[in-house]
Design a protein around this ligand. Structure first.
Ligand code: ADP
Ligand code: MG
Length: 697
């Protein structure tokens, strides 16, 4: 079909190929899997009288008049009569040959949206062709494209890729018969072969239920999604298998060892949940295969002490342990706490951070290299090249979702010698929803602390509009009068760190004035490290009543006497971020509050997602529920930080909607590896190609 806009000068092929590459289209499978965004129906002609308004249709008729007018722009006005009605089409850019094709007496097919007004039927800029050609018998695909890549070109390229994929055997069956039978039972219909499914998705017949294509419930879609999930699960199962072949230091639990002495010296008893996860970790550490375990537990559930106990087991066996946290403040808190717990027991603890003085840093590096430092705590500085461990056996990563794959790999490589791998314990307060745990993290063992230490009272959460700010200040006074402490968090304004700071400074001034004599401190990321540390310390000691801060306090700080958390411009925060912040209060036995101060836009409205987030915060304090809703609001991509982790996301399947397929894939992946290894490999290559490596980190 001719496009009425004049053709542009033909570009050299290479720029087209570059554009294809930019879309990720290189191998035949890439093309075959580049499925259409939507379809256009060019298979039928609609009578003008029947043309529904607002829908794109094709009409066919005779040109009864064709003239160029200037009113005020040069335009070609063409009237077409199809026997049921007449339609006036207007073209602004046209070439003489196009004008000729549209001259009086010619029979043409126009494609576009029919509008009805006092001028009768009109079409603006329809595409057209001379009538009499054969109509296609399948829908025309419209592909995701980048700006300058014409659909016609893309269609040919995809078609060619699809054919090449078929000819070179990429589309032959890789799913063994029993797995297909099982899939048939799950779906209550025979699964389509992949080649047929792809052929259909690229060129569906016009009788298809467009709704089934759009909501991806069509059998062709089901096949594609089952394939994709299976590839993902095979890759995970394979990584798990490979890890089981590797060796790691055996770190047995010793009766009367450091671990027991630490337990005895703690000022509290472990919760049942903590005891259970400590046991799970200890079993992994003892068995001589590298541990790869995620410890998840809501904010305040007591993950730090579990980490300390794991470290104790490692150190007791004569090895070193590294603990890495995403921010300096958090790393420092860990350092202080673990120093308190472990130095009395004779453990050497070292501290590493980017802002350290050269001499101090050199000392630390020496102590780490000699093995005198048995536990090394720090920020990203821990994984830098210069850091040489004497005998690293256990790496603990707090708030693991803040780190990317590359950083986790770097930590693994800190292990001395090639023969062994370190054990990895990753901790997170953002619990992974079940479907994600089954898919992306299928290679991780998961321990969950599902119980808070005794004596905590749930935080009550209030939504307060910005214009009731005064009441919030009153409430702060109330808490301070009871000897409590308060956090006030100001949002990060993405475009401007300076504005961000200005906001926080303003709030600080305002509160200092409204609350004289209680000590209002301001903490933000621009402060020198030592000053930040001093401000935090003063707050921990209870010397300041209110801590105004930008989001630097986000993770991990622990001040049980703080009972009120105010989050300003809460509408700008992410859900799990707010949940983490709220976790800073409610750490002691006193009743605690979280006030979400929100501002509406000029129209007095909140965005839908902001509303969803605030509602979720008010309705639940359960971290699992929060994570589930976050997944729903944001989609898994963001939750995983996919861009930084580089892990290929699911393109076709949806974890929530396709749980049946996910479960099927999860069951069959290890069985395929065991019983049909060649098929499993072929399936993986078809789906992941070179991307497979990423999934293993
Ligand atoms: P998170 O899981 O958020 O990292 P922390 O490890 O910071 O939580 O623990 C929160 C607080 O609870 C700390 O003050 C910690 O000492 C305390 N805590 C941890 N376990 C227990 C327990 N079993 N009983 C009482 N307090 C505990
Ligand atoms: Mg923590």
């Amino acid at each position: 079909m001719t496009d009425p806009t004049p053709p542009q000068a033909a570009k050299p092929l290479s720029s087209m190929q570059k554009a294809l590459r930019k879309l990720g289209l290189v191998s035949p499978m890439d093309f075959a899997l580049h499925v259409p965004l939507r379809y256009e129906d060019e298979t039928r002609i609609t009578r003008l009288v029947d043309a529904p308004p607002g829908e794109v249709v094709q009409i066919e008729g005779v040109v009864t008049s064709s003239e160029v007018q200037y009113r005020p722009r040069r335009q070609l006005i063409v009237v077409v009569d199809d026997g049921t009605d007449v339609c006036t089409a207007r073209f602004f850019n046209f070439y003489p040959n196009q004008q000729k094709a549209l001259s009086e007496g010619n029979r043409v097919v126009l494609r576009g949206e029919v509008k009805r007004g006092f001028m009768g039927c009109t079409m603006l800029h329809p595409s057209f062709k001379t009538a009499g050609g054969e109509l296609p018998d399948v829908l025309t695909p419209v592909y995701p494209s980048s700006g300058n890549l014409p659909q016609a070109y893309l269609r040919r390229a995809v078609q060619a890729g699809l054919e090449r994929a078929g000819k070179s055997g990429w589309l032959t069956e890789t799913i063994p018969q029993p797995a297909l039978q099982d899939l048939q039972q799950q779906l209550r219909q025979p699964p389509w072969p992949l080649a047929q499914a792809l052929q259909y998705l690229h060129h569906p017949t016009p009788d298809v239920s467009v709704a089934a294509l759009e909501d991806r419930s069509h059998p062709a879609w089901l096949r594609l999604k089952a394939e994709e999930l299976l590839a993902q699960q095979i890759s995970q199962a394979q990584a798990r298998g490979e890890r089981a072949q590797l060796h790691a230091p055996q770190l047995p639990l010793r009766v009367g060892g450091l671990h027991e002495r630490l337990l005895a010296s703690l000022p509290f008893a472990l919760t049942n949940a903590q005891r259970r996860v400590v046991e799970e970790i200890a079993q992994d550490l003892a068995c001589g295969q590298p541990m790869h375990r995620l410890l998840q537990g809501d904010v305040g559930s007591g993950k730090t002490v579990v980490a300390a106990l794991a470290a104790a087991v490692c150190i007791d066996a004569g090895w070193q342990c590294a603990l890495m946290a995403p921010t300096e403040i958090l790393a420092q808190q860990h350092f202080k706490k673990l120093l308190d717990w472990l130095t009395p027991l004779g453990v050497g603890v070292a501290w590493l951070t980017g802002s350290q003085k050269t001499k101090e840093r050199r000392d630390m590096l020496e102590r780490i290299a000699s093995g005198e430092a048995q536990l090394v705590i720090g920020t990203h500085a821990v994984i830098q090249d210069k850091v040489q461990f004497h005998r690293l056996a256990l790496a603990i990563i707090d708030e693991q979702h803040r780190f990317g794959v590359a950083q986790r790999l770097a930590l693994r490589q800190k292990m001395q010698g090639d023969q062994q791998e370190p054990h990895m314990l990753m901790m997170s307060a953002t619990p992974i929803p079940r479907t994600l745990a089954m898919s992306y993290y299928a290679d991780l063992a998961v321990s969950t602390i599902d119980e808070l230490p005794p004596g905590r009272t749930p935080v009550s959460t209030l939504l307060v509009s910005q214009d009731r700010r005064d009441e919030v200040v009153e409430r702060i006074s109330g808490q301070l009068a009871q000897g409590r402490q308060v956090y006030w968090v100001c949002p990060l304004i993405e475009e401007s760190e300076a504005l961000d700071l200005q906001n926080a400074t303003q709030t600080w001034e305002e509160l200092s004035e409204a609350l004289p004599g209680v000590g209002v401190a301001l903490l933000h990321s621009k402060l020198p490290t030592q000053e930040k540390k001093d401000i935090m310390d003063a707050f921990v000691r209870g010397e300041t009543g209110v801590l105004v801060s930008t989001t630097v306090i986000e993770v991990g700080v622990d001040v049980p006497n703080a009972t009120l958390m105010v989050i300003e411009h809460a509408e700008r925060f992410g859900l799990s971020q707010m949940h983490q912040l709220r976790g800073r209060v409610g750490r002691g036995s006193a009743v605690s509050y979280c006030i979400l101060l929100f501002a509406t836009n000029e129209a007095g409205k909140l965005s839908d997602t902001a509303k969803d987030r605030l509602r979720a915060m008010r309705e639940t304090t359960d971290g699992f529920e929060i994570a589930r809703r976050d997944l729903h609001i944001r989609g898994p991509g963001e939750l995983l930080g996919a861009r930084q982790s580089g892990s290929p996301l699911l393109r076709f399947a949806d974890l929530e909607a396709d749980i049946v397929l996910l479960e099927w894939a999860r069951e069959w992946a290890p069985r395929m590896l065991a019983q049909f290894p060649a098929l499993a490999q072929r399936h993986l290559e078809r789906w992941l190609g070179s991307k497979a490596e990423f999934l293993k980190a």
